[in-house]
Design a protein around this ligand. Sequence first.
Ligand SMILES: Cc1ncc(COP(=O)(O)O)c(C=O)c1O
Length: 409
Amino acid sequence: MRAAGRAAALDAVDPLASCRDLFVPAGAGDDAVRAYLDGNSLGRPLIATAERLADLVTGAWGTGLIRSWDDGWMDLPLRLGDRLGEVCLGADPGQTVIGDSTTVMIYKLLHAAVSAARAGDPERTEIVLDAENFPTDRYVAEGVAAELGCSLVWIDPDPSTGVTADEVRTVIGSRTAVVLLSQVAYKSAWVADLPVITRIAHEAGALVLWDLCHSVGVLPIELDHHDVDLAVGCSYKFLNGGPGAPAFGYVARRHQQALTQPIRGWMGHADPFVMGPGHRPATGMRRFISGTPPILGMVGIADTVELINQVGLAAVRAKAVALGEFVIETVDAELPEVTVGSPREASRRGGHVTINHPRAREMCARLWQRDVIPDFREPDGIRLGLSPLSTSFTEVALVLDEIGTLLAN
Ligand SMILES: Cc1ncc(COP(=O)(O)O)c(C=O)c1O
């Protein structure tokens, strides 16, 4: 296990090493997880979150009861949205809201954006997207296109990298309503050129909706600075919100009043407790809320956002890069039969590294049996999720060593 020595040396100088102790231990003794490289699917819980959830149950919920809606819960989706915007998204207050699943939030914002683009110009009937995007994005876009009578314009990117600005330039035009892309590709970890692609969309008169699921909390993002129109993301990966924790949606202030989202529930009404006939959308981001906010699911998000604020997103990114470099160097040196399916250039790579081998599926299953947890992605990818706050270099070395052992047998 040659990489183990280098890993220990890297852990010894890792400025974020102590953050690992802030997480709930992943089991104990024989049942302990030996290495967890799946924080890009489900982040680990912070100890603070376990405590705050318990406090919430006995306190604001158990004792405050219904009064807690007036004592802060009602505004929490907007307050936490603002804080997330400030710390992780480069978004000024009043443009980010927490709620719904990512799938539902994509539907709401895509539907609203396409409808607004078409209202401005009825010829804008195309949604540009890529065949390598996460299934939910593609499926939702298919649904929105069918519902609104639009067509889909597909980009077919290289699966080992991702959508390029040139590919967007080739398909975009005066008929484009919205461009829907992920900033970090869920398979390859390719970082799309958000500033340039956003500019290309605007030059064509289109709006752009970015899916930030794999970038939020691990990559510095500057939504306001780059004039992004809309964005969505999930909170259960690098934000450690927990299973099924709510998504977030960002709508640039300049678009908010012109956008009407399709799930017009009472909580997005200008005055929900009037309970009168007909929906009158609230002003600002509140109009993008549909139903009762998921209060429990916001606890973990808030705790991780504060931790990121404390250590700085730049330090988080620096460690993600270092972990990625370590994976690639170790694979190159010690696993010659394995290929790297993610960009080698750090600036184009997000918070995971995918490695490919024909036995990936079988190896992943065997690794899980040995309490070593990466994840498998069709057809032959092992995704190594690198969560800078909770992943050590030693864990990475252990996973790669186990893979080497499986390949040798
Ligand atoms: C890019 C991307 N979009 C969306 C989702 C998931 O959507 P939801 O939170 O609704 O399951 C994922 C989940 O991994 C994802 O990777």
